[in-house]
Design a protein around this ligand. Structure first.
Ligand code: FAD
Length: 568
C-alpha cells in the first residue's frame, strides 16, 4: 500500500509540471484518499492495562498494520514481585517502576497511551468507555470512548476481601506501589506513636502488634521482610519499645505456603517460629474493627477470639473488577471468578476480544475435554478401565500438557498417585488392579476444582502477553494466505498452537537472607544460597537496565547502610 502511495505521489509531481494546478488538486485528492485507505486498513487494537500481561503484549507486538491505543490508570509498569521489599524500604518504589511510554518509544507500531481507567466495555458495538485519571481545571475527570477492532483485556484483579466486615475500612492491602508505600509509612508511624510518653504500656503493645492475614507467598514474604526490618534496623532506633513488637501471621488453612512443596512449607513454619513470628494456622478472620481482629479458630471447634492489633495487612487472594463482571454478564459468562477464554486466549462468546493475566482463565471445560481425550486414548481395548500403570501414563500425559496439575499433585505429595487411586477405588494394593475410568475422572475433577489450571502469577501473565503478540504479528499473513503454513483459526491443519504455559519454578523469600525455591523437575532448594539465586533471578528479570541498576544499587545500599526509617 505504501508503494502505491509513492507512485501516486510521483504522478502528482509529473502532473504539476505538465498540466498545472487543476491536475495537482486531482492528484492530491487521490493521494489523500489512498492515505485514508492505508489508515483504514490499520486495525485498531485497544489494550486495557499496563501490568505484566499488557506490557509483555506491547513489547512483543511489531506489526505496523496495527494502531494501538493503551488505556491504563497508571502510566508505568510495576515489578510486583519486589513490592514486599518496598514496604520496608529494602528497595525504593521508583526503582521497580518503568514508564510505559519507554516500551513503545522506538516501536514501528503506532501506539497511543491514555492515563485513564476503563469503566465499561460495550462488546456489541466494539467500544470501551473510559475516564481520565487526572482531574481537569473544574476538578472533573474527562470521559471518552474508544472504538476497537480487537480488544485485549489485561486489567489484572482486585483484592478479595471475601466480604469480611471491616476489612476494606481497616486493613492495608499489598497490590499496588501506593499500597507498599502506605504500609512503609504506617509501620514507622506505629513505632513513633508507641514512643510517645502519653501512650500507656498496654496501648504500646497493641500499636506494635502487626497482623498479616493470609499465609500465601505475598503474606509470608511481607511477614519475613517486616521481621527483618524490625530486627535489623528498627530495634537500634527504638531500643525502649523493641521488646513490645509482635508479628502474627493468620492463615485459615492448615499450613502456610500450601501451594509449595511440603518441605518448603515446614521449613518456613519452623523458621518463622524460631524467629518469633506467631504463625496461627486454622485461624479464619471473620471481622476486623479499628483495633481488633476477630478470628474463628478451626482447631477449637470454631471458637471466636479477638486479637488487638496496630496494623493489619490483608493478603488473601484476588477477585474480579466490577466492570469485568459487567462485561462477563454481557457475554453470558455469569458466576465466574475470571473471564473464560479458549486456549488461544480469545474470550468465549466473542471473536475479537482477548483476555490474559490475572483477569482471565482458560476454560476448564475445554481442559476437561482434553483430559477425557487422553483417557480415551489410553483405553486401547475400549473396556472403560485402566491398569495402575496405564493410569500413571495418563497422569504423565496430563502433567505434560498442564504443568500446573503436576505442580498441584507434587505440592500435595500425591505424585505417587496413591491418594487419587484410593479415592477412585478404595485402598489399592495390587499394581494389576483395573481402575474404572469414570471413577478416575471424578477423582481428577476434584483435583481440578481445587486448583486453577493456571496460577495468577506474573510468569503466566507475561508468557500469555508474548504468545498473543506473536499471534497478532502473524495474523495478516494468515488471513492473506489461509491455506499457507500458519493460520489463525481454531480449526484446520496449520492452526496456531494453543497457548502452553511453561513453569520455571517459584520462590518464597523467608527473611534473614534465606529463601526457598521450587523449580521444575521436583527440585527444591532452601537456604542462603537460594537467596542469592533469588537476587540474581530478580535482577535479571528487571524490565530495563535502568530499573536493574536502581534495584541492585538499593540492595547494596541496604547491605551497607541498612534500611531508611524516615517517614518520607
Ligand atoms: P497486573 O500486573 O495487576 O496489571 C493490571 C493492569 O491493569 C495495571 O496496569 C492496572 O493499572 C490496569 N488496570 C486496572 N484497572 C483498570 C481499568 N479499569 N482500566 C484499564 N486498566 C486497568 N507473580 C510471580 O510470578 N512471582 C512473584 O514473585 C509475584 N509476587 C507478587 C507479589 C505481590 C505483592 C503481588 C501483589 C503479586 C505478585 N505476583 C507475583 C503476582 C503478579 O503480580 C500478578 O500475577 C501479575 O501482576 C498479573 O499480571 P496482570 O497483567 O494480569 O495484572
Amino acid at each position: 500500500a505504501f508503494h502505491g502511495y509513492n507512485s501516486h505521489f510521483k504522478l502528482v509531481l509529473l502532473c504539476t509540471t505538465v498540466s498545472g494546478g487543476g491536475l495537482l488538486a486531482y492528484g492530491e485528492a487521490v493521494a489523500q484518499s489512498e492515505a485514508a485507505v492505508v489508515k483504514e486498513e490499520k486495525k485498531k487494537v485497544v489494550v486495557l492495562g499496563t501490568g505484566w500481561a499488557g506490557t509483555s503484549f506491547l513489547k512483543n507486538l511489531d506489526n505496523p498494520r496495527y494502531e494501538v491505543h493503551v488505556v491504563s490508570p497508571r502510566n508505568y509498569f510495576a515489578f510486583t514481585p519486589l513490592l514486599p521489599s518496598v514496604t520496608c524500604g529494602t528497595v525504593e518504589a521508583r526503582s521497580i517502576v518503568e514508564p510505559v511510554r519507554n516500551f513503545f518509544r522506538k516501536k514501528n507500531v503506532k501506539v497511543d497511551f491514555s492515563e485513564a481507567e476503563c469503566l465499561k466495555i460495550d462488546a456489541a458495538n466494539r467500544k470501551v468507555y473510559c475516564r481520565s485519571s487526572i482531574s481537569n481545571n473544574s476538578n472533573e475527570k474527562d470521559e471518552f470512548v474508544v472504538d476497537y477492532d480487537f480488544l485485549i483485556i489485561a486489567v489484572g484483579a482486585n483484592v478479595n476481601t471475601f466480604n469480611t466486615p471491616g476489612v476494606a475500612e481497616n486493613c492495608h492491602f499489598l497490590k499496588e506501589v501506593e499500597d507498599a508505600q502506605k504500609i512503609r509509612r504506617t509501620v514507622i508511624d506505629c513505632f513513633e506513636r508507641a514512643s510517645l510518653p502519653s501512650v500507656s504500656q498496654e496501648e504500646k503493645k497493641r500499636i506494635l502488634h502487626f497482623a498479616i492475614v493470609g499465609g500465601g507467598p505475598t503474606g509470608v514474604e511481607f511477614a519475613a521482610s517486616l521481621h527483618d526490618f524490625v530486627n535489623e534496623d528498627l530495634v537500634k532506633l527504638y531500643p525502649g519499645i523493641k521488646d513490645l513488637v509482635r508479628i502474627t501471621l493468620l492463615e485459615a488453612g492448615e499450613h502456610i505456603l500450601s501451594m509449595f512443596d511440603k518441605r518448603i512449607t515446614s521449613f518456613a513454619e519452623d523458621k518463622f517460629r524460631r524467629d518469633g513470628i506467631d504463625v496461627k494456622t486454622g485461624s479464619m478472620v471473620v471481622k476486623v474493627s479499628d483495633k481488633e481482629i476477630s478470628t474463628k479458630e478451626m482447631k477449637n471447634g470454631g471458637e471466636i477470639t479477638t486479637i488487638p492489633y496496630g496494623m493489619a495487612v490483608w493478603s488473601t487472594g484476588i477477585g474480579t473488577r466490577p466492570f469485568i463482571k459487567d462485561f462477563m454478564a454481557q457475554i453470558g459468562q455469569i458466576n465466574r471468578r475470571a473471564v473464560a477464554t479458549d486456549e488461544w486466549l480469545r474470550v468465549e462468546g466473542t471473536n475479537n476480544v482477548y483476555a490474559l493475566g490475572d483477569c482471565a482463565t482458560i476454560n476448564q471445560r475445554k481442559v476437561m475435554e482434553d483430559i477425557a481425550a487422553i483417557f480415551k486414548k489410553a483405553d486401547k481395548d475400549n473396556s472403560g478401565t485402566l491398569t495402575v500403570k496405564e493410569f500413571q501414563e495418563v497422569l504423565n500425559d496430563i502433567c505434560e500438557r498442564y504443568p500446573q496439575v503436576e505442580l498441584y499433585l507434587k505440592t500435595r505429595q500425591m505424585n505417587d498417585i496413591a491418594d487419587l487411586l484410593k479415592e477412585a477405588k478404595g485402598d489399592v494394593e495390587k499394581e494389576s488392579i483395573e481402575l474404572n475410568i469414570e471413577e478416575l475422572k471424578t477423582a481428577l475433577s476434584k483435583v481440578d476444582s481445587q486448583m486453577k489450571f493456571l496460577p495468577a502469577t506474573a510468569q503466566v501473565a507475561s508468557q500469555q502477553g508474548t504468545y498473543l503478540a506473536k499471534c497478532f504479528n502473524r495474523m495478516e499473513e494468515c488471513e492473506k494466505n489461509p491455506e499457507g503454513p500458519i493460520r489463525f483459526r481454531e480449526e484446520g491443519r496449520h492452526r496456531f498452537k494453543p497457548f502452553r504455559y511453561k513453569h520455571f519454578g517459584q520462590f518464597a523469600p523467608l527473611g534473614g537472607e534465606q529463601a526457598a525455591a521450587q523449580l521444575p523437575g521436583d527440585w527444591v532448594s532452601i537456604g542462603h544460597s537460594t537467596q542469592w539465586l533469588w537476587y540474581s533471578v530478580y535482577a535479571s528479570k528487571q524490565v530495563s537496565w535502568r530499573t536493574r541498576a536502581l534495584v541492585v544499587t538499593d540492595w547494596t545500599r541496604r547491605f551497607i547502610f541498612g534500611r531508611d526509617s524516615s517517614q518520607i
